[in-house]
Design a protein around this ligand. Sequence first.
Ligand code: ZN
Length: 218
Amino acid sequence: MITPDKIVYSNRKSLAVCVDHFGKVTVRAPRKTGEKHIFAFLTEKEDWIRKKQAQYAAVSVALPTETLDGYTFLLLGNPCTVRLYDGKKIAFQNGEVFLPKENARKRLVKWLKENAKRIFTAVTAQKAAEMGVTYKSVSISGAKTRWGTCSADNKIRYTFRLLYTSKDLIEYVVVHELAHVRHKDHSKAFWQEVERYVPDWKSRRKRLKERGALMEIF
Ligand SMILES: [Zn+2]
């Protein structure tokens, strides 16, 4: 049996269920829906819910606590541990990032964005040359819902949170956005273009989807 973590009643007409990246189950229901009805609905959806929860559990993400000191997260696939110290500068060595105690979280995000800019700019230039496409610019956002975008005038934007994934997934997102220079949609022609440079794009796309919880780190 599935017990919902949250039930949201509204003026909607039918029942719906969603599973977030941490495996939490939210039911959306029309006002005055009886509990019996909701549980029957969840039983019907149980297999789907369990499958989603298993997918997300496979990519467990421990979020940072308030103190931050000692927190370990993945940076380009390698563990990186936060060490707060009394110094003034951010230093990174041997899988440890040394952070000044003051405004630690803010400074860490700034540092991540700077690194994202440098790394994603380089990968984009390299892939664009391979693909024979040109783009206007690369910028970094703090988006939590999408890994990358390509505007109508070919300005490419990535969330710095892509740094929490791995090189192969970053490469997939870069090729995906660059393929949008030629195709402004997700048509068959678009995916063929992606496939030319990332033959296993389907599995990379799937893994990226399963890593949505990473968006919540910092
Ligand atoms: Zn797209």
